[in-house]
Each structure stands twice: as C-alpha cells, then as structure tokens.
Design a protein around this ligand. Structure first.
Ligand code: GDP
Ligand code: ZN
Length: 370
C-alpha cells in the first residue's frame, strides 16, 4: 500500500465529491486516514447501524463506538465519519468529524438536550405554499429553526403558478422579505419548472434540506431537484405515531447539477417545536378563541373582530393569562433563536414594537369604553 502524502479531494476521495467532500473535510480526516480508516458520509441511520457512502461504495457500519450516552454524538444523516477498512465484520464507525452545522429538535421545556436530525447542512430551504394565505409567523418560526442549525436559510414560495398576477406575486415576496431579513426569497413553480434554476444555483455548492409545513410542496420540489420521483417510491408507515418511517434506502441524495439533498423523516416533522405544542396545550382556550378571530393571522393586539380581545373585554379571559401565554410563546422563540444574534435582535425589535402597539391599543380601548 503506497502511503502517498496529502491526498487531494481529486484523488482517492473523488467518489465522495458528489456527496459534499471538500479540502476542509480532507484536512479534518487526515489523522484518521493515517490510521488506515476510511472516510464516508452517513446517508441513513437506523437502530444503531448506518449506511455510509465511502470511496469504495456504500457500507453498513455499527455506531456503537460513538459515545451513545451523549445525544448530540448520535450518528445522523449528513455526518462525515471514519469507518473501519474493509475486512472488519462488523465494521464500526470510529469517529464523527466535527460538524459544521446541525439540526436539533429542541425539547426546551424538559431537558436541555435535543434530538439530532441532520448534520452538515449548508442551506435550509423553507418551502412556503402560495396556495394558502401567507402565515409570516410560521415562516419566522422555520427561519428561526434554520438559523439555529447554522445553515443559511432560503425561502421558496412554492406553487407560484397559482399566483399568475406578477404584481400580486411581487407583493407576496415583499411581505415575506420583511419577515426574513438576510434571507433570499425565491418563487418557484415545480409544476412548470419556473425558478428551479435559481434555486439550484443557490444550493448547488453544498448540502440542503427542505423544511416547511405538510403540503408546502417539499416532495414535489425534492423530486424536481433530484430529477426523479424519489419521494414517490417511499412506503411510509407510521410506527410509533411520531413521524414517517420510510423504507427508502437513502435520506441523502446527490443532486444532478451539484449539491446534496437531505430528507429525513425527522426533519419532515420538524417545525412545531415541542415547547410550542406544549404552550398551545396549556393555553388551549386562547387558541380556541384565536380560531374565531376575523383574521387568520390575528395578533390579538388591535385587529377588528378579534375574539381574544373580546374575551378579555367581557372578562371571560384574564389579561394576566393572555400576557402569560404571550410570554411563553416569546420565550420559546427566544430559545430557538439563541444562537443567532442577528435574528435575536430582529425578534426583539419586533417584540418591542408589538408590545408597545398592543399596550397602546389596550389602553385606547379601555379609555374609550370606560
Ligand atoms: P409536501 O407535503 O410539502 O411534501 O408537499 P407535496 O410536494 O406533497 O405537495 C402538496 C400538494 O401541492 C400536491 O398536491 C402537489 O401536487 C401540489 N404542488 C406541489 N408543487 C406545486 C406547484 O408548483 N404548483 C401547483 N399548482 N401545485 C403544486
Ligand atoms: Zn385575535
């Protein structure tokens, strides 16, 4: 075996290039290469075993050696790892290369540790359907999740063919841009193929994930990007009620024009954070009231036809309860955004503005009616 000095990504690691291998990974891996270990990227994980794409093909490896007690060290799709060379049976993952980014499902209400969903993601594509009314709060929430991971978010307004009027479309883009400082906002019609080139160019030099509500058009977008009906061939079954378990062989796919797409069941389900669900349950009467507000996106500050404000006025709902609900919702946003100073600043600005407006509106109302 010739132990030739520094391998470049264009030599023996060439088969890994479509999976996102680069000179920095090469450098990070060098000490393990010296030990005779093999580099690879995890394309699927299940029950202590994972599939790793290596220069010699896809191998099945045991993850037992990677500190199982630390949930952050659990091997996940997108990880770059060092595995045993051929001959070992079973082959083990010996180390995880330090992650550049990580998507973690936070369980802020309970313990501080989370569940790792995907690693080394560069672009978080937030799909937002133009077929339904825009929910900027939801967009902000997905963006918070994206920023938190360390990935660069991109908003894709999907199903643009459903908004044929260019002026209306431009207004919708503007609305989203105000909710997404520092984030490119694209319009795409997977149906007609419009806007796909721009998206491909944006994500073509790294690893991307698709986030967004169910029905936002993620599968359709994924199929268009991959150039095959990869998502159709999945046989989904709900094993434990927590999400989709699929029989697909890979959750990580190279894109024809460059770049990599990660699509894991966990990421598909992410978006409503555990804490948010908890808050919604604790304050279910407020959520029920909110469903009766005239405006779908009512902030219960000063909108006409607000069922929440009406309940406060009638004494049915206490101001304290409403404030408490708001506080918890904000705290949850805060936890999610804590790693990104810029986002945090934006959110804080927004809270201040909303808080001031809300107080002014309440005071004006009380003054008027008392
Ligand atoms: P997912 O739940 O986010 O994966 O969303 P899907 O990809 O399953 O899409 C949800 C629905 O939107 C499906 O009925 C799609 O056919 C439809 N859809 C997706 N992309 C487009 C598009 O570009 N234009 C139109 N008109 N419909 C689309
Ligand atoms: Zn309201």
């Amino acid at each position: 075996m010739s132990s030739s000095s520094p391998k470049s990504p264009s030599s023996s690691s060439r088969p890994l290039l479509p999976y996102g291998w680069d000179a920095d990974w090469e450098t990070a891996f060098a000490p393990y290469a010296a030990q005779g270990l093999v580099a690879g990227r995890v394309v699927r994980v299940d029950r202590g075993l994972c599939d790793v794409v290596t220069p010699g093909g896809t191998v099945r490896a045991d993850t037992e050696f990677v500190v199982p007690r630390d949930p952050m060290k659990v091997v996940c799709t997108g990880d770059w790892v060092a595995v045993d060379p051929e001959g070992g049976d079973p082959r083990f993952v010996r180390t995880l290369l330090p992650r550049r980014t990580a998507f973690v499902r936070s369980t802020s209400s309970k313990r501080s540790d989370g569940q790792i969903l995907a690693a080394n993601v560069d672009h978080a594509v937030v799909a937002v359907s133009l077929a339904v009314e825009l929910d900027l709060g939801r967009v902000e929430r997905f963006l918070a999740l994206a920023w938190e991971s360390g990935a660069q978010p991109v908003v894709v307004l999907s199903k643009a063919d459903l908004v044929p009027d260019p002026v209306t479309l431009a207004h919708l883009v503007q609305d989203v841009e105000t909710a997404a400082p520092g984030v490119p906002v694209l319009t795409v019609s997977a149906l007609h193929g419009d806007g796909l080139d721009v998206l491909r160019a944006l994500i073509g030099n790294g690893t991307a994930v698709l986030l967004g509500q169910s029905g936002a058009g993620k599968s359709t977008l994924a199929n268009a990007l991959v150039g095959a009906d990869v998502m159709d061939v999945r046989a989904a079954r709900d094993v434990d009620g927590k999400g989709r378990h699929t029989t697909t062989t890979r959750n990580l796919l190279p894109l024809p024009g460059g770049g990599v797409l990660i699509d894991t069941p966990g990421l598909r389900g992410v978006g409503l954070f555990d804490a948010e669900v908890g808050v919604g349950q604790v304050f279910s009467e407020i959520e029920e009231l909110a469903a009766r507000c005239r405006f779908h996106d009512c902030s219960h500050e000063s909108e006409p036809g607000c069922a929440v404000a009406a309940a406060v006025d009638s004494g049915e709902l206490s101001v304290r309860r409403l404030e408490s609900y708001r506080k918890l919702v904000r705290e949850n946003q805060w936890i999610v955004a804590k790693t990104d100073a810029r986002l945090r600043a934006e959110i804080r600005k927004d809270w201040k503005r909303k808080g001031a407006e809300g107080r002014a509106a309440m005071q004006a109302k009380r003054g008027h009616w008392s």
